[in-house]
Ligand binder design. Structure first.
Ligand SMILES: [Cu+2]
Length: 373
């Protein structure tokens, strides 16, 4: 605590202590009756190396063998991110990226996460998995101060795409989430994804897009302010958060991160799985020039997918998977179809598709020219 006091001052330490007290108090009720340790002897252990979005770790699209224990590790990193030129945030991240990495397991597997909070960080963090059952999604069992690590195991018994996020207690919950501290886990059904008629669906590529609303304070001249650490930016940021309108929206941590060189890639004829998450605000996704061939409502693979969607909802606090088979080459904009949020605040990405143009689907019959009559 002495260390914290020196680095970030008294008021921030008070806030940190208060939030620790809140979670300690709340944890009591959630973890009081821990039973006998689960007996998972004989189950195969597999390490999953997590990768930065928009990519997914190596995985099988279906796996109907015995449940496995999937071991993974995430390191919490408090770090400054330039979300657009000359606009900086003191972000909190799982593994250094916004969003954090997507984990991929199969229904019935056990997720065993080692979560590390290095001593170079200032704040207490934890992880709440929306896919998990009990103890605040694991939040009550994973609170780690700087210099600590914790191991949590939970059973992935609901196939679908689910958000995970930091939730260390009180005001720190929204503050950490809008500072970027969330990600997604995808739990694939044992027998693979199914379309609305029950037929197996496979994908050629998959991308993970994490939408993030940022609330960045401005000075009197309207310039976005920059702070030395996440504790120093807290008081001003909370005031902007009270207005409920983000100043910026990013797809994968930086305006334009998935545009140009970073654009998602595909070829005509390929089927692409898009997993979109939002941990705080609602979103509505539209692929301009394309469609959602299949969209799993609410992100659950137990739901029958809806078909031929023009726009689909992603509620704050969920991840939703959609599949599309590309039929035309070119650049597709993948946007939040609140177009103010897409164009003015930054909620947009591109998919760059190679292949042969199909004139039957679309043709410019006459180029723009003077009106004749
Ligand atoms: Cu946190």
């Amino acid at each position: 605590m002495k260390y914290l006091f020196k680095k970030i001052g008294l008021s921030a330490v008070l806030i940190l202590s208060l939030s620790s007290a809140v979670i300690a108090e709340s944890a009591k009720g959630y973890i009081a009756n821990i039973g006998t340790q689960a007996n998972l002897q004989g189950l195969e252990r597999v390490k999953q190396i997590l990768v930065a979005p928009p990519f997914l770790p190596k995985h099988q699209q279906k796996y109907s063998g015995k449940p496995r224990i999937i071991e993974m590790e995430m390191i919490i990193k408090e770090k400054e991110i330039e979300i657009e030129p000359d606009v900086f945030v003191q972000a909190m991240t799982f593994n250094g990226s916004n969003p954090g990495p997507i984990m991929v397991v199969h229904e019935g597997d056990y997720v065993e996460l080692t979560l590390k909070n290095p001593k170079t960080n200032l704040l207490v963090h934890n992880i709440d998995f929306h896919a998990a059952t009990g103890a605040l999604g694991g939040g009550a069992l994973t609170k780690v101060a700087p210099g600590e690590q914790v191991v949590l195991r939970f059973k992935a018994d609901r196939p679908g795409t689910y958000v995970y996020h930091c939730a260390p207690g009180g005001i720190m919950i929204p503050y950490h989430v809008v500072s970027g501290m969330y990600g997604t886990i995808m739990i694939l059904p044992k027998t693979g994804l199914k379309d609305h008629k029950g037929n197996l669906v496979t994908y050629d590529r998959a991308y993970y897009i994490g939408e993030q609303g940022w609330y960045i304070p401005q000075d009197k001249e309207g310039n976005y302010k920059r702070y030395p650490n996440a504790a120093a930016s807290m008081s001003d940021t909370l005031k902007v958060m009270r207005g409920l309108v983000p100043t910026h929206i990013t797809y994968n941590g930086k305006k334009g991160a998935l545009i140009g060189k970073g654009a998602m890639k595909a070829k005509v004829g390929e089927t692409v799985l898009f997993i979109h998450s939002q941990a705080n605000e609602d979103s509505r996704i539209h692929l301009i020039g394309g469609h959602g061939d299949l969209v799993w409502p609410g992100g659950s693979f137990n739901n029958t997918p809806t078909v031929d969607r023009e726009t689909w909802s992603v509620n704050g606090g969920e991840a939703v998977a959609a599949i599309y088979t590309f039929k035309q080459p070119g650049i597709y904009a993948y946007v939040n179809h609140n177009l103010i949020e897409a164009i003015m605040l930054g909620g947009a990405a591109h998919v760059s598709v190679e292949g042969e143009w199909n004139n039957d689907l679309m043709e410019q019959v006459q180029a723009p020219s003077k009106i004749i009559n």
